[in-house]
Design a protein around this ligand. Sequence first.
Ligand SMILES: [Zn+2]
Length: 309
Amino acid sequence: MIIILMKMRRLTAAAMALLVLATGCTSPTGSSGSGRLSVVVAFYPLQYVVEQVGGDQVSVANLTLPGVEPHDLELTAKQIASVGSADLVFYERGFQAAVDSAVDTQAPKRVLDGATIVPLRTTPGFTGEAGTPSTSALDPHTWLDPRTMIKYASAVAAELSQARPAASAAFQQRADALVAQLTALDGQFSTGLAACRLKVFVTSHAAFGYLAERYGLEQVGITGLAPDAEPTPAHLAAVQKIAQEKGVTTIFSETLASPALADALAKDLGLRTDVLDPLEGITSQSRGTDYPSVMRSNLSALREANGCL
Ligand SMILES: [Zn+2]
């Protein structure tokens, strides 16, 4: 009899565990419950920060699916609804119009806008068709400066702590570890790019303005702020002239956008090509599995192309 009772109690415990698991998986219980906080992010670097800081307390959904290029993102009805039901939405206002609009219409309960943490600036020097100023002049690529990511880590820890105060110590501890890792990365860039034969680098789309400014380099984009912008013949001629005059060795392309223009330019000039990854997504083609590892690949590529000591 005792044995039967014990078996029954074990069975009940197992059933309870299953029930808890199922609840955790299918319905996010939000700030009051014990399930994971559901966080919707707009694109990869934001996903990386939330996963690192949130750990097993969060379930992260990226609106930009793997292999998709985040500029001009379009959202499905299901994705738009997910913005409304999330415990936290982390995006960057001014980058993806569809996400801005979903945040406005869905009014999620908690929103973190990266552009309020590191304001977007207008790109100097790039002009569009026939020399008129480009219409999309706001540069969204703040994440390519590791110090932006450090600020994001602290902001995400604060938001998650408000959403789930009971886990705030864990969030803070994980954010501290991430900040330490990103601070080391920033140091590697500062040291690695301090003494280079060449300051200029030529890259596919003009995603590296914040990185260039942080580390004293000068970016020349073949296209503008978005990868699909068609450069004018005059702009291409200007890029060629700079490359020749400055003694550029390498034309950089990227993983998510077509390398055709960069390849053609390199061929015309008799230069090598290499990859500089704007980290707008991680795929099997990426030279690394996460933000820090791809950034270290970027650093190696820049150091080689620009003859850094
Ligand atoms: Zn971009």
